[in-house]
Design a protein around this ligand. Structure first.
Ligand code: SF4
Ligand code: SF4
Ligand code: SF4
Length: 200
């Protein structure tokens, strides 16, 4: 709200959260960039690696249980540019909340891997702690069903062994595992895909 009592336009109101998101997005790019280096040695002869196509994934839960690694090489990734920074995030909260409370039992994540940070009224930022994330996809399903779909499952290449026959790919009911070029190993929504009016 401005000093004259008028509601400011969203792009004016959200300047602080934009800065915060840019910082975190930058950190994410660094992490993914660091992961690229190791792909040169892990990639197949055709220089491709396994990745999940978010448009096909149905969040069946097998990514958490069928990877040869424990915990899984699959993690939830937050695409900040798509997020609405909702106060009531359905990736974070269950949709039917007892007494509308923000207690732990009303949160979706079984491992407490999502950190909720107040930015400014009415916005909150949600960050995934990948050390705690097991790739179950429960938050992804919530965000996809009720929100913007800013949470997706991705094979994290700083962990993945790029097995010849990925055990999850063998059991994925949606054929969502695909091989992608090792130089562009993540399938995230792009600015081009979202169009010129995309959120930053
Ligand atoms: S196994 Fe396939 S459908 Fe199931 S969560 Fe993983 S990518 Fe999605
Ligand atoms: S709900 Fe599952 S996929 Fe989402 S952050 Fe928690 S452990 Fe990861
Ligand atoms: S290729 Fe191997 S390590 Fe990577 S996600 Fe599949 S089973 Fe896990």
């Amino acid at each position: 709200m401005s000093e004259d009592g008028k509601l400011k336009r969203p792009e004016q109101r959200i300047s602080r959260r934009q800065i915060l998101a840019e910082c975190l997005r930058g950190a994410g790019v660094l992490v993914m960039g660091g992961a690229l280096g190791s792909l040169v040695t892990r990639g197949h002869a055709d220089n491709t690696v396994w990745q999940i196509d978010p448009s096909k994934c149905v969040q069946c839960g097998k990514c958490a249980t069928d990877c040869v690694l424990n915990p899984s090489a699959v993690k939830c990734v937050h695409q900040y540019r798509v997020c609405g920074y909702c106060e009531l995030c359905f990736g974070y909260f269950v949709d039917q909340r007892a007494n509308d409370e923000e207690r732990a039992e009303n949160q979706r994540c079984p491992t407490n891997a999502i950190r909720r940070t107040f930015v400014e009224d009415p916005y909150f930022q949600y960050d995934i702690d990948e050390l705690k994330c097991i790739g179950c996809g429960i938050c992804v399903k919530g965000c996809k069903t009720f929100g913007n779909g800013s949470l997706v499952l991705q094979v994290r290449h700083d962990r993945c062994l790029n097995c010849n026959e990925c055990n999850i790919a063998q059991n994925c009911p949606a054929n969502a595992f695909v091989r992608v070029p090792a130089q562009t190993p993540y399938l995230l929504r792009t600015e081009q895909e979202e169009g010129p009016g995309a959120k930053q």
